[in-house]
Design a protein around this ligand. Structure first.
Ligand code: TYD
Length: 211
């Protein structure tokens, strides 16, 4: 793959969207990208047209038709499979850069640690869904769960966000474990926005210096 694949992960309310919006303008003029490479911003679930429909089914299902845990896992895997085939892989092969709001790590943490589904099965599904695509760098925007709950107290929470504190605690523990295992870059996300931004920019500059 000629391009670069950057992923942001973290619990709900950690500020991924704000940081990605900043990167969208900063990165193309940072001098870090090759002049002919384009930047694509995407997300999971919902990075493709098919994925948008899966996102609705996952996050706002019709009443009484909530997906069961295994169904939920398979729908996230289906979303990722389509996302990788239709968008991520073709762009990376072209030499473009892709930033994704969530990727495989979210499935491991939410469905694995949160729902307590088998990590072995999840890893097998991930192998199929990702076709071997691995991020060049993953940022964990690390936010204490109390702040996540505070930040989201005034907004309409979707099905996953409404799961409650025990589920969120397990997800958050999952992110701690996985970020260490996978050498993700951990950024404390309760800091001021500018500081979080600065840290992400610095890490991306280091990535260039390594290559
Ligand atoms: P996100 O788009 O970050 O939510 P929002 O934009 O509303 O802040 O993520 C949607 C939800 O999907 C989030 O609660 C995490 C969940 N999710 C999983 O449970 N498993 C997954 O594999 C992914 C990608 C997301």
């Amino acid at each position: 793959m000629k391009g670069r694949f950057i992923v942001l992960e973290g619990i709900d309310g950690c500020g991924k969207t704000t940081q990605i919006n900043h990167l969208k303008t900063w990165l193309p003029q940072s001098g870090l990208m090759p002049p002919n490479a384009n930047l694509h911003i995407t997300r999971e679930p919902g990075g493709t047209n098919l994925g948008k429909q899966l996102r609705e089914l996952l996050l706002h299902p019709p009443k009484e038709e909530s997906p069961k845990p295994i169904t939920e896992l398979l729908l996230y895997a289906a979303d990722r499979s389509q996302h990788v085939s239709e968008l991520i892989l073709p762009y990376l092969n072209k030499g473009d850069w892709v930033i994704s709001d969530r990727f495989s790590g979210s499935t491991i943490c939410y469905q694995g640690y949160g729902r307590r589904l088998s990590l072995e099965i999840i890893n097998q599904l991930e192998e199929i869904a990702t076709q071997g695509v691995v991020p060049d760098i993953t940022f964990l925007l690390d936010l204490p769960i109390t702040i996540s709950l505070q930040r989201r107290s005034h907004r309409n929470n979707d099905r996953i966000e409404s799961e409650g504190i025990e589920f969120l605690t397990r997800v958050s523990q999952g992110f701690q474990v996985l970020s260490l295992q996978e050498n993700w870059i951990r950024i404390p996300a309760e800091e001021k926005l500018d500081l979080v931004t600065q840290r992400i920019e610095n890490e991306l500059k280091k990535l260039r210096d390594k290559s």
